[in-house]
Design a protein around this ligand. Structure first.
Ligand SMILES: CC(C)(COP(=O)(O)OP(=O)(O)OC[C@H]1O[C@@H](n2cnc3c(N)ncnc32)[C@H](O)[C@@H]1OP(=O)(O)O)[C@@H](O)C(=O)NCCC(=O)NCCS
Length: 177
């Protein structure tokens, strides 16, 4: 969805999510998904030791979030959205860049996620940043029985060597914070 704000530069700050962000995170969640997470879903997830919340904020408003899990050899995105009023202004790209910056060739080498088969916008977004669909997860979603595509992004040795540890891909170059 694009709005009058599209392409206008929005200055954002990306930081860890805190409890006080919940109302705005939920507003973006509800505006983004038919089968939205509840506050309880967020809290249950964030209570896990390996689960991390990140938000993007403008001067006065949280307008995007990402929830991801740390695994031994990968990062797994569980939930990710930018408020519809702020889409297509590069916020998703900057948040993804933060995550890519956490990859390295000798530790966590990939980012994985599941995306609904019907969510073409998200598929286009991730494809733009070299994520590949690797598997079909049949009837993955309990709510609708819909299939998902598993998508993944891998650090490539030559990228890591070219750009140095911690900035392994062109997404990282796009990161503007
Ligand atoms: C997916 C999502 C987080 C992307 O966030 P965003 O801030 O709008 O993305 P960006 O502005 O950083 O997009 C960067 C590039 O990705 C591609 N892209 C992003 N959205 C796209 C779309 N709907 N269609 C085609 N390409 C798209 C474009 O190349 C875009 O660059 P451009 O705007 O210069 O053409 C956002 O669309 C969203 O919140 N969707 C609803 C929730 C969702 O589906 N989350 C993912 C669950 S797996």
């Amino acid at each position: 969805m694009s709005t009058g704000r599209a392409k206008e530069k929005v200055r954002i700050h990306i930081r860890w999510m805190i409890r006080r962000d919940m109302a705005e995170v939920l507003a973006t969640e509800l505006a983004s998904f038919d089968h939205a997470w509840t506050e309880d879903d967020f809290l249950r997830c964030l209570r896990q030791r390996n689960c991390i919340g990140m938000v993007a904020e403008t001067d006065d408003r949280v307008i995007g979030f990402m929830i991801y899990e740390l695994h031994r050899s990968r990062l797994h995105i569980l939930n990710f959205a930018v408020h519809p009023e702020y889409r297509r202004t590069g916020i998703g790209r900057q948040m993804l860049g933060k995550l890519v910056n956490k990859l390295s060739t000798h530790r966590r080498q990939k980012i994985t996620l599941a995306v609904r088969e019907s969510n073409l916008d998200a598929q286009m977004f991730f494809r733009q940043y070299d994520f590949k669909a690797t598997r079909v997860l049949r009837k993955y979603y309990e709510d609708s029985g819909e299939d998902a595509f598993q998508m993944e992004f891998r650090v490539e040795e030559e990228h890591a060597e070219e750009m140095g540890e911690g900035s392994v891909n062109r997404i990282a170059q796009y990161e503007e914070n």
